[in-house]
Structure formats: C-alpha cells, structure tokens
Write a protein that binds this ligand. Sequence first.
Ligand code: RUB
Length: 305
Amino acid sequence: MKIRGAGRIARAVAQGLRIAAYNYRGDNAEDFRQYINGIAEYLRSTRPTAVSLPNAIIFILHRLSMALSDNVDELKEVVIKSANEFIEYSKKATDNIGVIGAKRIEDGDNILTHCNSSAALSVIIHAFKEGKKIKVYNTETRPKFQGYITARKLLKAGIKTTLITDSAVRAFMKKIDKIIVGADTVAANGAVVNKIGTSQIALAAKEANVDFYVAAETYKFSPATVLGEYITIEERSPKEVIRNIEVPSNIIIRNPAFDVTPPEYIDAIITELGIIPPQASILVLKEHYGWAIRDYLLKELSIDE
Ligand code: RUB
C-alpha cells in the first residue's frame, strides 16, 4: 500500500524487474531466465486485483521469451529495455487520457471522483488547464482515505474541491454533471473493477441520469478474462476499518478493497487510444492483447505451437 493506484503499481513492477536484471551477477542464460521468472512471481503476489501488475510482467516476460540469445548481458538488456518502454508508455498514456477525456468536460461542470486515480485526475486537470471552470466533489474513500490525496492534488492544481463522505454521494448527485473514476481492471465484457464504493456511485449516477466515465489505460484490460477467468477482489485487514474504535471481540468485519461496476452503468471508457463504449472492451483486448490471450491459452491447454 506504499505504492497505490494501478498505473503506479504497474510502473513499480516494471522498475522492480529492471533492477533485478541490472543486479544479476551470473553468466548462465537459463539461470537468468529462472531468476527473472521467480522475481516476477514474487511481484505478482503482492496485490491480486489490479491487472496492470500482471500485464506489466507479461509484457516484459514475453519479450524475454522471444529473445533466443544465450548471452546473459543481451538478455539483461532485453528486460531493462522493455521495462523502460513499459514505463514510458504508461506515463504517456495517462497524459493522452487527459487530452482525450477533457473533450467530454464542459465549462461549468461539477465533477465527482472517487479514490485516487491518476488517469481520472489527468482528465480533470487537463480540462481545467484548457480554461474550463470546473468544480470537483471527491469522496473520502474509506477505509484508507485515498480521497485526501486526491483533494490535495486538485487543490494544488488550483481546482475548487469539496470533500464528502462516501455515504453522502447520493445526497449530492443532483449537483453533479459528470463522474470520472479510474480502474484497476477492465474485464472482457466491459465490467470495471475499481475502489470499493465505485459501483454504488455508478448506481446512484444511473438513477439520476448523470454520465459515468472510467479513465483507464489499455494495460488495465484483462486478457485472462477473455478465457473466463474471474477477477480476485483483494480483502484487506479488518484493522483498517475499525482503527481506534472499541469493538466487541466477536464482531465480524469484512473489508473488500474493490468492487465490480457492470458495463450497463458505464457511459464510456476513456483510454489513451480513444473513448470506447464498455462493450467494445473485447476489441481492445483482441487487438492489443491477442498475443497474451494466445500465450495464456497455450499454457492452459498445454499444447505446442
Ligand atoms: C486505487 C484505485 C484507483 C485505481 C486507478 O486503489 O482504486 O482508482 O487503481 O488508479 P489502491 P490510477 O489505493 O488500493 O491502490 O488511475 O492511478 O491507475
């Protein structure tokens, strides 16, 4: 939780693999491949929900598996270069989402956002920099209060911001013109996994006929969901919920960190390649992750190419 937000997590993982490759001291290519795979597995196990994490890993490991060299220095270079490429792409993608998404924001809009999403903030801040006079309502985001990070960033950018409790969202819905949130994972059917509470906001938005947008780079789309995999929702410690409150010792507390918003509640997904209806997610996956879907399939069915 020191590194938060699906985009940042993905870049940190790429950086981790880059550092691992750089620090490898052996001269056996097979050992190097095993060492990188081991580190990739360890990094993969750190958080289960954001698909940007395994997507960063498979991007780099795929390049490594395509490199036929037996020379460790050459293989190290492949890992370092592809990690750099991923990190660069990721930073540019967040920026491009801002440029594209800002077109949907009108002068005078009141925007609601939830949690702390760099992609969603990129849209809001771009629109503001274009001279649109916007106001933002942002949720506290219990239990980890990422909303305070969002509020600080918005205020730093000069944007008028009102912080509300998560449970106040519906009470404020009449004031809201547009909602923009980020994503940890987008499934093949266009369902979006994001910070817990997102789906309630989408439900309230649907009822009030308020546009609900998701800002998500294409590496937040999950190739494994094409093959029917479920997305694991991270369940965190009850201690995050109760903090300093005295509670009966036999109380049961649940603390899921993310929830699923069905595609029917989403007006559009803003990606770095354009704005798409959620139902078009499968096309993004087929076009950009065709190779990954194929890799998963070959592994799962244990067939030779
Ligand atoms: C963060 C969260 C963010 C998405 C998108 O949860 O749910 O909305 O990750 O963020 P946590 P970004 O704090 O538990 O990681 O757009 O920055 O990738």
